[in-house]
Design a protein around this ligand. Structure first.
Ligand SMILES: Nc1ncnc2c1ncn2[C@@H]1O[C@H](COP(=O)(O)OP(=O)(O)OP(=O)(O)O)[C@@H](O)[C@H]1O
Ligand SMILES: [Mg+2]
Length: 221
């Protein structure tokens, strides 16, 4: 039995910066559209007008000093809006919703990275998301060096990392693997070192399998 009442399927991509989440989310979206399957990609933070405002604050206002607790609550505020304004209505319309990050990123970054207790993150995240959890989480697994090289090649990110930043990303990787171990049936770990198309083939197979299953359950008497 599914945990939600909807026929729509919620898919999330998680992983550290530069691991390939946006690439995979877009590839999946195009392939689903190619099969005539309605879908929408939503990014975090963002995905709504309010969320994009919060994104601007969090990612671009480098002049602002943001405390880790405030940072977490801002991510959660953007997420709360996204769930209510977009995710739930889209799932109710039986759409496939593809998330480019979700609350697991808060566990990894604000929890394991910045040291906010994991139970606090989980409690607030439950409230922010109305306990709407993804059907599948694809964790794009990639080492920090390769992720950084790719970001540099794409003209994003610094050309070197301070030791503290390396430690932060190492902690975040530990956080994602904590999430995957806690919910092994929800998580699918993909190898981010493989060519994007090959990863996408695997993702697409898993998603199509789930869509068929959900459709069968939905049609069952
Ligand atoms: N499997 C891959 N092999 C080689 N390069 C890749 C692969 N996937 C993505 N890239 C490239 O790596 C860079 C980062 O990818 P992408 O933007 O998808 O990562 P991201 O996880 O969304 O990063 P961020 O967290 O910063 O948004 C891009 O230039 C992208 O083209
Ligand atoms: Mg991205």
């Amino acid at each position: 039995m599914r945990s939600t009442l909807f026929l729509g399927v919620l898919i999330a991509f998680e992983g550290i910066d530069g691991s390939g989440k946006t690439t995979q989310a877009e590839l999946l979206s195009k392939r689903l559209a190619g099969e005539g399957i309605d879908n929408e990609v939503l990014r975090e933070p963002g995905g709504t007008k309010l969320g994009e405002g919060v994104r601007e604050l969090l990612l671009h206002r480098t002049d602002l000093k943001i405390n880790p607790a405030t940072e977490f609550l801002l991510f959660s505020a953007s997420r709360a809006q996204l769930v209510r304004e977009k995710i739930i209505p889209l799932l109710e319309q039986d759409k496939i919703v593809i998330l480019d990050r979700y609350f697991y990123s808060s566990i990894a970054y604000q929890g394991f990275g910045r040291g906010i207790p994991i139970e606090e993150i989980e409690t607030v995240s439950k409230f922010a998301t109305q306990n709407v959890v993804p059907d599948i989480v694809f964790l794009v697994d990639l080492n920090i060096e390769t992720a950084l090289q790719r970001r540099m090649a794409a003209g994003r990110g610094a050309d070197r990392m301070e030791n503290s930043e390396v430690r932060f990303f190492e902690s975040a990787i530990g956080g994602f693997s904590y999430c995957a171990k806690k919910e092994p049936s929800r998580f699918v770990i993909v190898d981010g070192r493989e060519p994007a198309q090959r990863i996408s083939d695997k993702v697409f197979d898993v998603v199509m399998c789930r869509i068929k299953k959900v459709a069968e359950e939905g049609n069952a008497p």
